[in-house]
Design a protein around this ligand. Structure first.
Ligand SMILES: [Zn+2]
Length: 279
């Protein structure tokens, strides 16, 4: 209950990683230190402060967020299938009521997190569900702030439970991961992306950023590797990292036209080749 949680990024620390003056997630150039300086809270303080889990439907899935919104404000998802639910991405806040509600929705057999900004209280969630394994890509190992039952996986893709496959798109973070849900969208497939591919306000599109709060674009080579890795996967729906950020249909087309638009603005065509000099 008393593990420190950064108020800006929402990531929970254990004593081995904690330094009261610094959050290394926030000091990285992809994030920012809160304007009032480094501030911490705990699950106990959050409960006393009136936070609660916000658990409701998101399309075909069960979403898990926090009310009022906390830190980066993402919502997690329960992705069902043979062998139990995957908790895709994670949130900072968890209490007994949240655990009971998730238990009623089938519980959690495994946890997978897209990138370090959403590591949040994954270890607390794991411990609340019998030590469910947490799958993180090994390229982001150095960003782990609380040790727990973490399985670091390597390579381009990894099926963690039947029909739930992690793909290391590598956008935003080297270990940046999305989850392909084969049975999603009535069998046409769904992709849960966090903000590795972020569903933007025009929900026919996604975007690809190295830093979202600081508006730093992702490099064309990284985006093209991600497109190539996603090529074999069918998906119609894309679930982004926040409530309502969903591409309802033609997800595959949305990724293609979003990448073409983005790379075009950067002066690349798809597949990328620097444009020849004009003189
Ligand atoms: Zn932080």
């Amino acid at each position: 209950m008393n593990y420190p949680i950064c108020q800006t990024c929402g990531v929970q620390y254990d004593q081995a990683h904690f330094d009261p003056d610094h959050c290394r997630i926030c000091e990285d150039e992809r994030q920012y230190v809160g304007w009032s300086g480094q501030r911490w809270t705990t699950l106990e303080e959050m409960a006393a402060g009136g936070y609660r889990a916000d658990i409701r439907e998101e399309g075909e899935l069960t979403g898990i967020g926090t009310a009022p919104a906390f830190a980066i404000g993402q919502r997690a998802l329960l992705v069902p299938g043979e062998g139990g639910n995957v908790l895709w991405d994670c949130v900072s806040y968890v209490d007994e009521e949240a655990v009971a509600a998730v238990q009623a929705a089938g519980g959690i057999a495994a946890i997978a997190v897209s990138h370090p900004h959403f590591y949040s209280s994954a270890v607390s969630w794991s411990e609340a569900f019998g030590g469910a394994p947490i799958y993180l890509h090994e390229a982001d190992r150095k960003w782990v702030c609380r040790d727990g039952n973490i399985t670091f996986w390597a390579g381009d893709s990894h099926e963690i439970l039947p029909g739930r496959t992690l793909v290391n798109c590598g956008v935003h973070f080297a270990g940046g991961t999305v989850l392909h849900w084969a049975a999603g969208a009535d069998g046409r497939g769904a992709l849960c992306t966090g903000d590795i591919l972020t569903v933007v306000m025009d929900r026919r599109y996604v975007s690809f950023m190295y830093s979202y709060p600081n508006h730093v674009p992702e490099s064309p080579a990284v985006i093209e590797r991600a497109l190539a890795l996603l090529e074999p996967f069918a998906f119609d729906t894309i679930y982004g990292g926040w409530w309502g950020r969903v591409v309802a249909t033609d997800g595959k087309g949305a990724v293609a036209r979003s990448a073409a638009r983005y790379l075009g603005r950067l002066g690349f065509s798809t597949p990328s080749r620097p444009r020849p000099p004009t003189c």
